[in-house]
Design a binder for this molecule. Sequence first.
Ligand SMILES: Nc1nc2c(ncn2[C@@H]2O[C@H](COP(=O)(O)OP(=O)(O)OP(=O)(O)O)[C@@H](O)[C@H]2O)c(=O)[nH]1
Ligand SMILES: [Mg+2]
Length: 160
Amino acid sequence: MTLRIVTVGSRKSGKTYLANKLLNSDNFQTDIMKTIYQNVNGIEYKTIIQDLHRTERFEALQTNHCRGVDGVLLVFNVSDKQSFKNCSMFVQDIKEKSNAEIILIGNKWEEKREVNLDEAVEFAQLHNANYYEVEKPETQMKEIFEKLVQSIVQKKSAVE
Ligand SMILES: Nc1nc2c(ncn2[C@@H]2O[C@H](COP(=O)(O)OP(=O)(O)OP(=O)(O)O)[C@@H](O)[C@H]2O)c(=O)[nH]1
Ligand SMILES: [Mg+2]
């Protein structure tokens, strides 16, 4: 079983930056796929992660990339309200195209805060997602990814 995971979020919200931290890489190229092996309860799962980008003109998802994915790292910038607002549209789109587990990530690397913790948590709960605010991506991204794969595996075994 190979799990397919994508990054989703507004332009410049930090998707590529965080994906690079997860992969211990400096140059993970957008739209290229990388394989990560993740252990859950003693079983090694092969996951393929793909970092998506927004085009200049459209905030909308690159539809086909999201079709049938197993997991989504949905990223917004805590210092950019619009990037949070856009998450509603992304979630709707993801849900139309997949049964993916979603983890909402508030990327926090600037001082300015435009999105409250409460509203982010509430939004995540509404959509059955976990919320993580990331300040130390070097360590946190690995934990978050592990959590995402765990949730995917749980969901799949519940269905079987
Ligand atoms: N220091 C720091 N810089 C960040 C962080 N997240 C993003 N950046 C910077 O913000 C800019 C945009 O980040 P990207 O990761 O390229 O954003 P993206 O979501 O991949 O953007 P698109 O691919 O255009 O949709 C880059 O210059 C990053 O270096 C962070 O957590 N810490
Ligand atoms: Mg990018």
